[in-house]
Design a protein around this ligand. Structure first.
Ligand code: ZN
Ligand code: ZN
Ligand code: FE
Length: 763
C-alpha cells in the first residue's frame, strides 16, 4: 500500500481493566487500520499500520475514545520498520515483569447498563448475581498477577460458554474483552448453608432473603470479603448482631437500594448523592434524619450515619427487598475481614445464622471505604475498596521505598517512579491475625506492582506491630516521628512543597521527649520540623486503659487543674470506689500514668466529665458523642490562655476546665458546654498559629490527625484561621487519621534520603 506507515504507541496510566483495548479496537477498525493492541505489565501497546493521514487521525482521536474510567498518563510513539498483518486484533498479553507503571485497576460498582439487564426478565442475565462488563465488576480483588487478563484472575476457574465467548470476542459488544464476564450457564454460583456449613435446600438468594426477613444474621460473601447483614428495621436483630459481635455502641454501616431510600435515613446534598453513586461506592457519612429509628439503632448517640449503595449485583438483588440492611465487616471485633469460604465458616460460625457463599475466589481482601463531604468536596476516613491500590504522586521518593504506617487503622505504601501505591485498609495491628493480613497484603501488593522493598520507614514507636514488621525485613530503616509524618502526609496529600505550620491533632503518637504527643503544633516541611506549641500536658491514669475508660483521663485532667481534691469529683464516673481510690493514688505518684499532651485524650476526659461517655466501646467514641451532643449550638469560648514554657508555647486548658465544671454543676446544658469546649480548643490552636506567624513562621497551616474527623473542630479551625489570613491545607485523598500516615512517612523518607545511604553503609 503506497503511503502506508506503521507505528507503535505505548500508553501508560489507568488503562487496563477499564475497557481501553476495546475502545482502541473500535477506533482502529473504523479508520481501517491494521495491527493490534495488547496489555503488557508496563503499558498498553498499540501497533498500527495504514495511510499516514489515518495514523494521524488515530492519534488525534485516541484521547477522545478513552472510556470514562480510564486515565492516560503518557503516550510514547515510535516508528515500526516491519509490516503488520492485515486486520486489527486484540492480542494475547505479553508477560513482562511489571515495573509498576501499569495500573492495577480498583474494583468498580455495577454500572447502570448491567443493572438494567440484571432487572430485565427478557435479558439472559436476568437476576444473575455476577453480571459485569468492561465498565464495572471486580478487579483488584480477583487479580493474581499482571497483566490484567482473565487467565490471571480467579475467573480462570470458569471457562466461558459459547454466548459469553461471543460477547467477549465481539468488538461491538459492551463485554468485548471484559475479563470477568460470566453468566448463569458458565460463571460463579451462589450457595447457602447453615452455621455449620451444611448446604441448605432451595434457591440460595430466596433463602437468604427469607432468613433476613425473620431477623436472622446472614454472613454474605461480597467483593472484597464477608459482610454480616441483618434487616436494619428489626431492632432485636440489630441488637443480637451487636451482642454477638461484641460491638456495644460502635456505629454500623447501612446499605440501601437507592437514593430514595437514603433520604429516609439522612439528609442528602447533591454532592453527597454523587459520592454515594460514584464507581468506588464508599460508605458515606451523612447527617442523620432525626426521625429515623433505623439510623438511631445503627449509630446510637451520633449525628452522622454511614450509608452505602449496593456495589455488586448480589447487593442489588438483596437490598431491593429491604428498606435498609445493616452491612458490617464479617469479622470479630478488631480482626480483619474474612475472605474465603472455609475461613468465614470457621471464624464467623458463632456470629452468623446462615452463610450466603459463592465460588468466585477473592484474591485480595478489601474492606469498604468510608468518605464524607468536607466543604462540598469528598474526603476519606478510610481508603480501601474502589480506591486501592491506585497510586498517588510522591515527587522525589526513591524507588523501592516501603512505608509501613502506624499501629491503628494501618495502611502501608510502596513507591516506584515517584508514585506511592497505597494498600487497602489493613486494620489495627494489635493481634496476630491482622499482622498476618499485613504480611500477606504486602507480599501481594509487592507482586502486583513489581516493587521489591529496598528501604523501609516506620513510626518511631518501638512497639508498634508495623515497626516490628519493618525491622524484620533487615533493610535500611528510617524511623519517623508520628506527628511529623502527619504534617508531611497533609502536605503530600495536597501536593504542597515547602514549610507550613502543622496542626497535628490526634489521640496518640510517641514524641521526641518520650511522652505521648497528640495536641501538637509543628513548624516544618517533609524534611525537618520543630515543635512550636502543645497542649499543657497531663497524666493518663492506667496508660492504655484510659483509652477505653475516659473517666480515668478525667482524673488526669482534674489532678492537673486542681489536685487530688478536685480529682475526687470524678468518683461517680467510675462507680467503683476502691478502684477509683487506687487509680487516683497511683496517678498522683506517677505510677502507670504516662504523661501526654494529646488532644484526643482531652476530648475523652471532657466527654467523661460531662457524663457523656465515661466508658468507651470503641476508639473515638467519647469524642464523637461529645461532638454530637453540641448539635447545632454555637458557644463562646472559655479561657485557655497561651503560656510560654521555654521555647515552647503551651495552651493552658486548666481555666477552661474549671469554668466548665462550675457551669456543669450549675446545671448548664451539656450540649452548650460541649459547643463552648470545641470553640475553646479551636481558639487555643488559632492563637498558637497567630503567635508562630508573628515570630516569622509560615502563613499556611496543614491539618492532620484523627481529631480532624471532628467536623465541628475542623470547621471552627478552618473558619478562624482563614479569617486571620492563613491559608489552610487539608487531607482529601488519604485520611487525616493514621490511615494516611504511611504517605507522610514516605514523604519524609523522600525528603531525607541521605539517612538511608548512611544506614546502608553502616550495615
Ligand atoms: Zn457493567
Ligand atoms: Zn456464560
Ligand atoms: Fe496519629
Amino acid at each position: 500500500m503506497s503511503g502506508s506507515a506503521a507505528i507503535r504507541l505505548s500508553v501508560t496510566g489507568r488503562v487496563q481493566g477499564v475497557g481501553f483495548r476495546p475502545a482502541v479496537y473500535r477506533l482502529a477498525a473504523e479508520l481501517g487500520l491494521s495491527g493490534g493492541v495488547r496489555n503488557t505489565g508496563r503499558a498498553v501497546v498499540i501497533e498500527i499500520q495504514g495511510p499516514a493521514s489515518a495514523l494521524e487521525e488515530f492519534r488525534r482521536r485516541l484521547p477522545g475514545v478513552v472510556p470514562g474510567l480510564a486515565h492516560v498518563e503518557s503516550v510514547e510513539t515510535e516508528p515500526l520498520a516491519q509490516a503488520l498483518p492485515a486486520g486489527f486484533r486484540i492480542l494475547e498479553s505479553e508477560r513482562t515483569e511489571s515495573d509498576g507503571r501499569a495500573r492495577i485497576p480498583a474494583d468498580l460498582a455495577t454500572c447502570p447498563d448491567c443493572l438494567r439487564e440484571l432487572l430485565d426478565p427478557a435479558d439472559r442475565r436476568h437476576r444473575y448475581p455476577f453480571i459485569n462488563c468492561t465498565r464495572c465488576g471486580p478487579r483488584y480483588t480477583i487479580i493474581e498477577s499482571l497483566p490484567y487478563d482473565r487467565a490471571r484472575t480467579s475467573m480462570r476457574a470458569f471457562p466461558l460458554c459459547a454466548d459469553c465467548r461471543a460477547e467477549y470476542q465481539d468488538p461491538a459488544d459492551r463485554r468485548f474483552h471484559a475479563e470477568p464476564v460470566a453468566c448463569a450457564a458458565c460463571g460463579p454460583r451462589l450457595s447457602l448453608c447453615d452455621a455449620r456449613g451444611n448446604p441448605l435446600p432451595g434457591d440460595p438468594l430466596a433463602g437468604s432473603i427469607e432468613r433476613l426477613r425473620q431477623g436472622r444474621i446472614l454472613a454474605l460473601k461480597g467483593l472484597g470479603g464477608f459482610h454480616l447483614a441483618v434487616d436494619a428495621s428489626r431492632e432485636e436483630a440489630v441488637r443480637e448482631l451487636r451482642r454477638r459481635k461484641r460491638r456495644g455502641r460502635k456505629p454500623l454501616a447501612l446499605m440501601v437500594a437507592d437514593l430514595v431510600a437514603v433520604r429516609r435515613l439522612a439528609r442528602l446534598s447533591a454532592e453527597e448523592a454523587a459520592l454515594l453513586e460514584s464507581p468506588a461506592r464508599p460508605i458515606v457519612l451523612l447527617d442523620t434524619q432525626a426521625a429515623s429509628p433505623v439510623a438511631g439503632a445503627a449509630a446510637p448517640g451520633l449525628s452522622r450515619l454511614g450509608v452505602m449503595l449496593p456495589y455488586t449485583p448480589l447487593h442489588h438483588l438483596l437490598c431491593r427487598e429491604f428498606p435498609a440492611l445493616v452491612m458490617t465487616s464479617g469479622n470479630r471485633s478488631e480482626e480483619p475481614i474474612a475472605r474465603e469460604n472455609d475461613e468465614a465458616l470457621e471464624r464467623l460460625a458463632d456470629l452468623a445464622d446462615a452463610f450466603l457463599l459463592h465460588d468466585r475466589e477473592i484474591r485480595v481482601s478489601c474492606d469498604d471505604s468510608v468518605a464524607y463531604l468536607r466543604d462540598r468536596e469528598p474526603a476519606l476516613v478510610r481508603r480501601s475498596r474502589g480506591f486501592a491500590p491506585e497510586p498517588l504522586p510522591l515527587p522525589g521518593a526513591p524507588d523501592g521505598l516501603l512505608a509501613v504506617g502506624a499501629q491503628m487503622k494501618n495502611t502501608f505504601c510502596l513507591v516506584r517512579g515517584e508514585q506511592a501505591y497505597l494498600s487497602q485498609h489493613i486494620g489495627d495491628l494489635d493481634n496476630p491475625v491482622t499482622l498476618e493480613h499485613f504480611r500477606r497484603s504486602l507480599e501481594q501488593l509487592s507482586r502486583l506492582t513489581g516493587i521489591r522493598p529496598q528501604y523501609v520507614c516506620c513510626d518511631r514507636h518501638p512497639d508498634y506491630g508495623s515497626t516490628n514488621l519493618a525491622r524484620e525485613l533487615g533493610l535500611p530503616l528510617m524511623a519517623v516521628q508520628h506527628h511529623h509524618a502527619h504534617l508531611a502526609a497533609a502536605l503530600a496529600d495536597a501536593g504542597v512543597e515547602g514549610s507550613a505550620i502543622g496542626l497535628c491533632l490526634d489521640g496518640t503518637g510517641l514524641g521526641d521527649d518520650g511522652t505521648i504527643w497528640g495536641g501538637e503544633v509543628l513548624v516544618g516541611s517533609a524534611a525537618e520540623y520543630r515543635r512550636a506549641a502543645r497542649l499543657l500536658p497531663f497524666v493518663l491514669p492506667g496508660g492504655d486503659a484510659a483509652v477505653r475508660e475516659p473517666w480515668r483521663t478525667s482524673v488526669g485532667l482534674l489532678l492537673a487543674a486542681g489536685g487530688e481534691e478536685l480529682a475526687r469529683s470524678a468518683r461517680a464516673l467510675c462507680g467503683d470506689d476502691r478502684l477509683f481510690s487506687g487509680v487516683v493514688a497511683a496517678a498522683r505518684r506517677g505510677v502507670n500514668a504516662p504523661v501526654c499532651s494529646s488532644l484526643g485524650r482531652l476530648f475523652d476526659g471532657v466527654s467523661a466529665l460531662l457524663g457523656i461517655c465515661p466508658r468507651a466501646d470503641y476508639d473515638g467514641q467519647a469524642a464523637a458523642e461529645l461532638e454530637a451532643a453540641a448539635g447545632e449550638l454555637a458557644g463562646t469560648p472559655f479561657d485557655a490562655p497561651l503560656r510560654r514554657e521555654g521555647a515552647l508555647l503551651e495552651i493552658d486548658w486548666r481555666p477552661m476546665l474549671r469554668q466548665l465544671l462550675e457551669q456543669r454543676d450549675r446545671g448548664a446544658p451539656i450540649g452548650l458546654l460541649s459547643a463552648r469546649f470545641h470553640r475553646t480548643v479551636a481558639e487555643g490552636f488559632i492563637a498558637c498559629c497567630r503567635e508562630i506567624r508573628r515570630q516569622g513562621g509560615p502563613e499556611r497551616v496543614a491539618f492532620s490527625g484523627g481529631c480532624f474527623m471532628n467536623r465541628r473542630l475542623d470547621e471552627a479551625l478552618e473558619t478562624g484561621l482563614r479569617r486571620e489570613g492563613f491559608s489552610v491545607i487539608v487531607h482529601r485523598r488519604v485520611p487525616a487519621n493514621d490511615g494516611g500516615l504511611c504517605l507522610g512517612q514516605a514523604a519524609v523518607a523522600a525528603a531525607r534520603k541521605e539517612v538511608f545511604s548512611c544506614a546502608s553503609r553502616s550495615r
